[in-house]
Design a protein around this ligand. Structure first.
Ligand code: PLP
Length: 433
């Protein structure tokens, strides 16, 4: 039995190149992080070999003595990490990732064509919260359910709760979804709870982006107000790629959430759990209860504030004017430049972030903003000082993008991309490595 370098040098080389890329670049994608060696060891272990359909103590395969022990430990740690009483909250740790976890909740709580309301994707929501365009139902969530997204107040960049309330009163959704992929502020859970109660809807929070911050109690706690909370495990929580669903144990609106959700996960939408992921997740959730983890999440927030204030000093417009969490969104439209061009130029300088739509945008391919997150580089030891320097690098990159844009005649994005890759690009030496 050979190791990877002998068994498959081709894949080994690709992995090493990706490792170098991660090592060398400034990783600012808000949904990414660097998980620990201990988590990676568990993920790369023999746990991947085992089938264990069902739940601990109720499996469809033999040989699950240790897998049962592991999954129970993972469940206990999940509840402890979020300070939940096992008498009132339960958790399913088997979802393969964030999108499946969300679809499993919808399958558990809704019938086909029931109505849902989530934050619109161009305003920061996630695809799996019901995204559709006027022409097309894009996400499966909008194909199988009737989706009426709520939006931000474009002048403040904050969720327009008044409009959400009015729309919910008319649309009468069965489920309201809080949570986002690109929203720099806390959600107003008490207000959303009131709206959900007034129309008889379930309230779910998808805390994927901020679950590490929630575990460390450095942002508002969704568990006080929501019936169901979903999350990915690989973003601010810093675990392996996976998902979890937390549910109230008491029935809500006459539904036994525990059995509905467990059945939706298996046999509803999944087969055998990924036990290697559950092993890695258990390791991550032990770490999430430590004082080091709390200090890390506190630093994630301080770093984001330092980044935001330095960007504001450079004159940038931030959506909502700042941030309460781990990310900022720069609105580049006042500079007459877009996120796609800036993303590309910064990529050439090993600064990795992503283009992002901002409220009022017309195109998702060439959106008017960029999203910048602090979790990954905080893991690598960055403090406020390094994040202020990062803001200066981004400012440099944006200036280079503006100069490059001015020096080509073509207006199309493809012309721009070709131009900056070509030897004629006069600024190339300024940004490569
Ligand atoms: N929910 C939110 C809020 C997200 O931001 C994401 C991913 O970015 C997901 C769900 C989906 O997670 P996954 O990519 O693991 O399916």
């Amino acid at each position: 039995d050979h190791g990877l370098s002998e068994a498959d040098p081709e894949v080994c080389t690709i992995i090493n190149k990706e490792k170098q890329r991660q090592y060398k670049s400034l990783e600012l994608i808000a949904s990414e992080n660097f998980t620990s060696r201990a988590v990676m060891e568990a993920v790369g272990s023999c746990l991947t070999n085992k089938y264990s359909e069902g739940l601990p103590g109720k499996r469809y395969y033999g040989g699950n003595e240790y897998i049962d022990e592991l999954e129970r430990l993972c469940q206990e740690r999940a509840l402890a990490a979020f300070k939940l009483d096992p008498k009132t909250w339960g958790v399913n740790v088997q979802p393969l990732s964030g999108s499946p976890a969300n679809f499993e909740v919808y399958t558990a709580l809704l019938s086909p064509h029931d109505r849902i309301m989530g934050l619109d994707l161009p305003h920061g929501g996630h695809l799996s919260h019901g995204f559709m365009t006027p022409k097309r139902r894009v996400s499966g969530t909008s194909i199988y359910f009737e989706s009426m997204p709520y939006r931000l107040d474009e002048s403040s960049g904050i969720v327009d709760y008044e409009m959400l309330e009015k729309t919910a009163t008319l649309f009468r959704p069965k489920l309201i979804i809080a949570g986002a992929s690109a929203y720099p502020r806390d959600f107003d859970y008490p207000r959303m709870r009131k709206i959900a109660d007034a129309v008889g809807a379930f309230l779910m929070m998808d805390m994927a982006h901020i679950s590490g911050l929630v575990a460390a109690s450095v942002v508002a706690d969704p568990f006080e107000y929501c019936d169901v909370v979903t999350t990915t495990t690989h973003k601010s929580l810093r675990g392996p790629r996976g998902g979890m669903i937390f549910f109230k144990k008491d029935p809500v609106l006459g539904v036994d959430l525990e059995s509905a959700i467990n059945n939706a996960v298996f046999p509803g939408l999944q087969g055998g759990p990924h036990n290697h992921t559950i092993g890695g997740l258990a390791v991550c959730l032990k770490c999430a209860q430590s004082s080091e983890f709390k200090a890390y999440q506190t630093q994630v927030i301080s770093n984001c504030k330092a980044l935001a204030s330095r960007l504001i000093e450079h004159g940038y417009k931030l959506v909502s004017g700042g941030s309460d969490n781990h990310l900022v969104l720069i609105d580049l439209r006042p500079l007459e430049i877009d996120g796609a061009r800036v993303e590309k130029i910064l990529d050439m300088a090993s600064i990795t972030l992503n283009k992002n739509s901002v409220p009022g945008d017309k195109s998702a391919q060439v959106p008017g903003g960029i999203r910048i997150g602090t979790p990954a580089m905080t893991t690598r030891g960055f403090t406020e000082k390094e994040f202020r320097a990062t803001a200066d690098f981004i400012h440099e990159g944006i200036k280079v993008t503006l100069e490059a844009k001015q020096s080509i005649s073509g207006k199309k994005l493809q012309d721009f991309m070709k131009f900056i890759e070509s030897p004629e690009f006069p600024l190339k030496n300024r940004v490569v490595d």
